[in-house]
Design a protein around this ligand. Structure first.
Ligand SMILES: *Cc1c(COP(=O)(O)O)cnc(C)c1O
Ligand code: SF4
Length: 339
């Protein structure tokens, strides 16, 4: 009889469990509609929009979506809709000026002291409002050799103290590849912090293995993790456990959320999101105004509404539980506070 790799504890240590979860992610519109008992009438537009940006949602995330509810706030983040074809004025492919801020292939710098490293173009979930849904990942480096110019650029600029692993989702890389990257960053003397921007603790919590956490902690650089959750319903079960685990390992964990119409553009979900985050030991860091990326206009919430929401949050929560409401304006030296 063949041995099932997924139940061999040795393989599980090697990360087999999360790669299996990834393989089982739902990528087929009809399967999503069926699993969640959604109206079949959604299928044609979902199929069409999935050709713009493919559907992808891991089972763990799917388990947190209420079946039979087409307006579930988690479903809306992942369900392709006909609205994505709307050509809204001002919504473009490179809304935040990524292409102009490249300092080397795979490396971007917009702000003083920190550089952003594109570790991979892959993600475990495809968020329909993604600000990099049109990003030309295919052109980016993928091997240590191809990244050498990016490492050289980091080495040459001693003002850079922090490297931010982004993407895509950097934790889509295997531990072995991450270890090589970390080692290379470790060797750059003027770096002191390693920040990881990842949505995997939220959407594929079994990625947060003890092995990965040890790897992050074993670096000379201070690790900081920035996760991405938009709604309190995301912070349940295996996701809550994974976040607790990172926090308990002594790693600073921050959350960034995007203000999204129909998902979190009212006081209850935002308040509960912030409450749940701080209860788990995660600091609400940013609430982003939506970047005006083509195909996402139906998610936009007016800034005036965002300001009112922050004002309402301030009346309910401790100061440390209030995220900074910001927008990214191309050419500015920092994210711009809106309130
Ligand atoms: C948002 C962003 C950062 C991080 O900014 P912080 O305010 O430090 O969180 C860094 N680099 C780029 C290119 C960014 O877009
Ligand atoms: S996880 Fe981040 S990079 Fe990936 S699709 Fe979602 S918003 Fe985009």
């Amino acid at each position: 009889m063949l041995k099932d790799a997924s139940i061999d504890p040795k393989n599980r240590e090697l990360g087999e469990s999360w790669s299996r979860s990834l393989a089982q992610a739902v990528r087929d519109v009809d399967q999503l509609v069926e699993l969640l008992n959604l109206p079949k009438s959604l299928s044609p537009q979902a199929l069409a929009a999935a050709r713009l940006f493919p559907l992808m949602v891991p089972k763990s995330y799917l388990n947190r979506i209420e079946p039979g509810n087409p307006s579930d706030p988690l479903l809306l983040q992942v369900l392709p809709l006909g609205d994505e074809f709307d050509q809204a004025p001002g919504f473009t492919e490179d809304a935040v000026g990524d292409n102009q801020s490249k300092t080397a292939p795979g490396l971007m710098q917009k702000y003083a002291g920190r550089a952003l490293f594109i570790a991979t173009g892959s993600c475990a979930v495809h968020c329909r409002y993604c600000f990099r849904r049109h990003y030309p990942y295919g052109d980016e480096p993928k091997t240590m050799a191809e990244w050498e110019p990016a490492f050289a650029a980091l080495e040459a600029d001693t003002s850079i103290k922090e490297v931010i692993l982004s993407g895509g989702d950097p934790l889509m890389l295997t531990d072995a590849r991450l270890a090589k990257l970390f080692e290379r960053f470790n060797s750059i003397g003027h770096l002191s912090r390693l920040r990881i921007h990842s949505r995997l603790p939220i959407v594929l919590p079994d990625r947060m293995t003890d092995r990965l956490i040890d790897l992050m902690r074993s670096s000379r650089l201070t690790p900081i993790m920035v996760v991405h959750a938009n709604h309190p319903q995301e912070l349940q079960n295996d996701c809550a456990q994974a976040l607790k685990k990172i926090v308990q390992a002594g790693i600073t964990v921050l959350n960034q959320a995007v203000l999204l119409k129909g998902v979190n553009d009212s006081i209850e979900p935002l308040e509960q999101l912030c409450e749940r985050l701080v209860d788990l030991g995660v600091i609400p860091y940013y609430l982003h105004q939506l970047d005006r990326v083509a195909g996402t206009a139906h998610f936009e919430v007016p800034e005036q509404v965002g300001r009112l929401l922050i004002e309402a949050l301030r009346k309910k929560l401790p100061g440390y539980a209030i995220p900074q409401y910001v927008r990214e304006i191309p050419g500015e030296g920092h994210k711009t506070p809106l309130f």
